[in-house]
Design a binder for this molecule. Structure first.
Ligand code: F6R
Length: 609
């Protein structure tokens, strides 16, 4: 949540910072601002709204000649969305400016202490406290002032500070929120995420937790919190700048829906060689996996739904019991967990505060933790014993799509791995699953193309519906939950998603002739039961939109409208069935003229609990 970017080098940087913020807009877009050092002072522009619209509009004067500065795009935590609360914040003298992502938990104590010493505040944010604190320690050395301030802060945050007296230096600090530097030619970058400077350099250095980094045009110098120097390698990332652009699509979300075949192919490809599952070094030994008592999956939102699908695959193929919990519940329920359990934390960003806290708790209780994440070097990779990377590439649309299918594919891989180490599947069955999983990405590619037109027509017809009910059973329930979440979050349409068998215990009362009921009715051992549930909804006059498996003619006899997905092993059907539901949400939101990439009140990474 919140994006920060900094530049120091040899080029005027106003446009560089603005472009960087635009590429970080997915992290938050409540308000934005930049501060530039020029002529011995600092100029700031801040605006309520997004970097690409309101901030750009606010910068309509002469372009600045400044060659160093910092910028911020905000997802509000402390203080309402007002201009006073926009970053960058300063220490009132206007010499120290700070941008921050995350939360300082002891900010009220610090604020009182600073006020007692005469500091006056103009915002309700914790970040302004950081600016004052740094100023209170400043004695001609910004790095040292940041280090001293850092040692007083509690919470989880990353910030970048600059001082008018040291125009070429930006100082960043990180505690459980991401920060990365970019290495250029006579210029350096610092940001919350790599896309901010992807157009300028692909050479990066990761800032680790508990570190302070001093960035100058010559490069970055890393220190730990005691001030000792730390060596850091330069890595090259293989993302290109097109990844962070729309590439001819109207929106990032649509582009990412169309990239799902690649996301699945990349995630499974080289891990399914020679008819078996080769996950490489995932940090947890096969011996440990084969002796597990239980698997516990923790995640939030869409990632939780990927976990739900994984649960069915693990239980069915490896016969290990699986427990699921949303991370925000798990962490506060004093879960019964020990070293015989494996906890899987699924988080595409690798930054979700609740998921990370749940993973840390599980490790404290002795369980091994496996992270499934899309982001190299993310916090989740540090708070775990092992990592299984999804390889979906960068996802910018706030609503997760391609990272979801990649997570589901990763869960299938891991479930097969467990089955292999425990030898719980017949050879022929195992090989058939491996072969189907290898071929799944082609089916995803075909499906995205074939389903677009019928789903768009469906969306046009149902765009005014005030409520949608989603139903599914078994792993199809996870698809129903995910489809309903997509519609809620980008089209703002109230939905409910229910286990189809539970419908008659309550939600059936909601149905009338105006209610579209989306049913996941792909082939599975429970399809007959789903068909009975469809009949029950139709008997109440509701209108059924079903997702079924190609070649199945029976579903069409039960539902008013059917979209078909390719046939595959029934356990893999959920990965396909979700695609028409993503598109349904997408086209309903588009019909309503909504900004699907930046739905209201949301942010791509949720670094607060
Ligand atoms: C919905 C969505 C969210 C995320 C959730 C967890 O489209 O994207 O529900 O799935 O915030 O995020 P990660 O996976 O980054 O932990």
């Amino acid at each position: 949540m919140c994006g920060i970017v900094g530049y120091t080098g040899n080029r005027p940087c106003q446009e560089i910072l603005l472009a960087g913020l635009e590429r970080l807009e997915y992290r938050g877009y409540d308000s934005a601002g930049i501060s530039l050092i020029a002529n011995g002072g600092v100029d700031s522009v801040r605006a309520v709204g997004s970097p690409s619209k309101q901030l750009r509009a606010a910068m309509n004067g002469e372009p600045s000649i400044a060659v160093s500065g910092i910028g911020h795009t905000r997802w509000a935590t402390h203080g309402r969305v007002t201009e006073e609360n926009c970053h960058p914040h300063d220490d009132n003298s206007g010499r120290v400016h700070v941008v921050m992502n995350g939360i300082v938990e002891n900010w009220t104590d610090l604020k009182q202490r600073l006020q007692a010493r005469g500091a006056t505040f103009s915002s309700q944010t914790d970040t302004e406290v950081v600016a004052h604190l740094i100023a209170s320690f400043y004695d001609g050395d910004l790095v040292e002032a940041v280090r001293l301030a850092y040692n007083e802060l509690r919470g989880h945050y990353a910030f970048v500070a600059m001082h008018a007296d040291e125009p070429e230096t930006l100082v960043g600090a990180r505690h459980e929120c991401p920060l990365v530097t970019g290495v250029g030619d006579g210029e350096s970058f610092i940001a919350s995420a790599i896309p901010a400077f992807l157009g300028d350099t692909r050479r990066i250095q990761l800032v680790e937790d508990g570190e302070i980094v001093a960035v100058t045009p010559e490069g970055a110098r890393f220190l730990d919190s005691s001030g000792a120097a730390v060596e850091r390698e330069v890595r090259e990332v293989d993302w290109d700048v097109e990844t962070a652009e729309k590439g001819g699509y109207d929106t990032f979300m649509l582009k990412e829906i169309h990239e799902q075949a690649d996301a699945v192919a990349e995630t499974v490809a080289d891990r399914l060689a020679h008819g078996t599952v080769e996950l490489g070094d995932i940090g947890i030994a096969d011996d440990h996996l084969s002796g597990l008592r239980r698997v516990v999956i923790v995640a939030c939102g869409t990632s939780y739904h990927a976990g739900l699908i994984g649960r069915y695959a693990i239980e069915s193929w490896s016969r290990i019991p699986v427990e699921m919990d949303v991370a925000s519940e798990f962490r506060y329920r004093d879960p019964v967990i020990d070293e015989r359990d494996l906890v899987i934390g699924i988080t595409q960003s690798g930054e979700t505060a609740d998921t990370l806290a749940a993973m840390r708790l599980a490790r404290k209780k002795g369980a091994k933790v496996l992270a499934i994440t899309n982001i190299m070097g993310s916090q989740a990779t540090r708070d775990s014993d092992g990592v299984l990377f999804t390889r979906a590439g960068l996802e910018i649309g706030v609503a997760a799509t391609k990272t979801f299918v990649a997570q589901v594919a990763a869960m299938y891989l891991f479930a097969l791995k467990l089955a292999a180490v425990r030898d719980t599947l017949e050879r022929e069955h195992f090989e058939r699953l491996v072969s189907e999983l290898r071929g799944l990405s082609h089916k995803v590619g075909e499906l995205v193309e074939s389903v677009d037109v019928p789903v768009r027509a469906m969306a046009k017809h149902w765009r005014e519906a005030g409520f949608f009910l989603y139903l599914g059973r078994h792993a199809g329930l996870a698809v129903a939950l995910e489809g309903a979440l997509k519609l809620k979050e980008i089209a703002y349409v109230p939905t409910d998603a229910y286990a189809a068998g539970e419908m008659k215990h309550g939600p059936i009362a909601l149905l009338d002739e105006r209610t579209p009921v989306v049913c996941v009715a792909t082939d599975s051992p429970v399809l007959d039961k789903v068909l009975s549930n469809i009949s029950e909804t139709r008997a109440r006059g509701a209108h059924v939109l079903a997702v079924a498996t190609e070649g199945n003619t029976e579903v069409a006899e039960h539902a008013e409208e059917v979209v078909y997905v390719p046939s595959t092993d029934w356990m893999f059907q959920p990965l396909l069935a979700v695609i028409p539901l993503q598109l349904l949400a997408y086209y309903i939101a588009s019909e309503k003229g909504l900004n699907v990439d930046q739905p209201r009140n949301l942010a791509k990474t949720v670094t607060v609990e």
